[in-house]
Design a protein around this ligand. Sequence first.
Ligand code: FES
Length: 429
Amino acid sequence: MPRLPEPRFVPDCAILVDGVEVPARAGESVAVALVAAGRPLVSRSYKYHRPRGPFCLAGSCGSCLARVDGQPSLRTCRVACRDGLRVETQNAFPSARHDLLAVVDRATPHGLDHHHLLTSPVALNRVVVEVSRRLAGLGRLPDRAPGPFPAATLETFDALVVGAGPAGLGAAEALAAAGRRVLVAEQAPRAGGRLRAGLPLRGEPPLAWAAEVEGAVGRAGGELALATAALGLWRDGGSPIAALAAEAPPRLRLVRASVLVLATGGTAVPPVFPGNDVPGIFAGRALAVARAEHGLLPGARCLVLGEGEEAAAVAARLAGGGLEVVARPGPALLARGRARVRAVELAGERLRCDAVAWVTPPAPAAELARELGARLELLPALSAFAVAVDAEGRTGVPGLFAAGEVTGPLDGAAAAAAGRRAGEAALRG
Ligand code: FES
């Protein structure tokens, strides 16, 4: 049973995957539709031809690439389904499931790289390069050239908040309440960040709060821009400028604001053990969101790996509806399976499963803060860098604030409070 048996999760369209119809719900991502159809194997990796499937379901890991409507290497977790959408698996022959080119993985343990195959004479070398490029699966060009990109627009707001998770919403709420015109840019198609998972965690604001904040932002003359990613930040004399890429319709927005609050959260970190890239291993929060919004059942037996309150909440969220959930704190030693995970080995135990939810704090998405010169600090427990801030979210760079998981691990309630403090500090200047 791929989805919860509720009317709101019933498929209402079909996409074509390698010519075969796969039921889907219009607007959900192709990656979610494939997992719901029992196909977590999306493609093969280039060079090694290892099976590849979605992990983060949020556009950050690059593990779900496929050719969509003739465009190669699109992140299927960022492509919305619609009736008749054409999806082709990549880097495999004749199919991702039965890929004869996987022999490359066995024959060239370090990956097939045409730079290592240079030979002479020149004519023979050309042939070797061409053949090895094809064997390595280095892709096919798009079916057609992209059309001209629309001209960028230049806009001005009182404040720009990047990220509409708990911290970003907290900051936007404080700024809008004071009458500031705020643009909130969120790269996901919905606001709420981790709140979208509906995890029963202590003190965490409900998802309905996101809609309340959107209303307050709108009444103050601002905007919540969904499916809008921040590409970069820079200064050209006065206030910083942010480059924002909106997905639908595609356009580039250059936004100038005297106050910037970065609430970019973090990116899901894959587990580290042999077999960690087997399809069917997912970021725990992502699975919980897909369960809440699409009724996704990732398999018949899911192992939730992780410690603490959030791991317990993810396990509780996923259980039921035909999905058996087993929870362990880890550490995992090995995942087994080819086209999808079949078992995970832990110390003294081998657990059969066909899905894994990996629950661990995300790595802070600190790149934008660094572009404006904010100081980062190492979090040894995460092996990652976070934005260094004071108690009010000040980064030390004039006008630049940061709040939430971009500053290190925080629960949802604490992130919302940190966002509010940063918004209020920004009002004081
Ligand atoms: S980028 Fe699509 S699953 Fe991670």
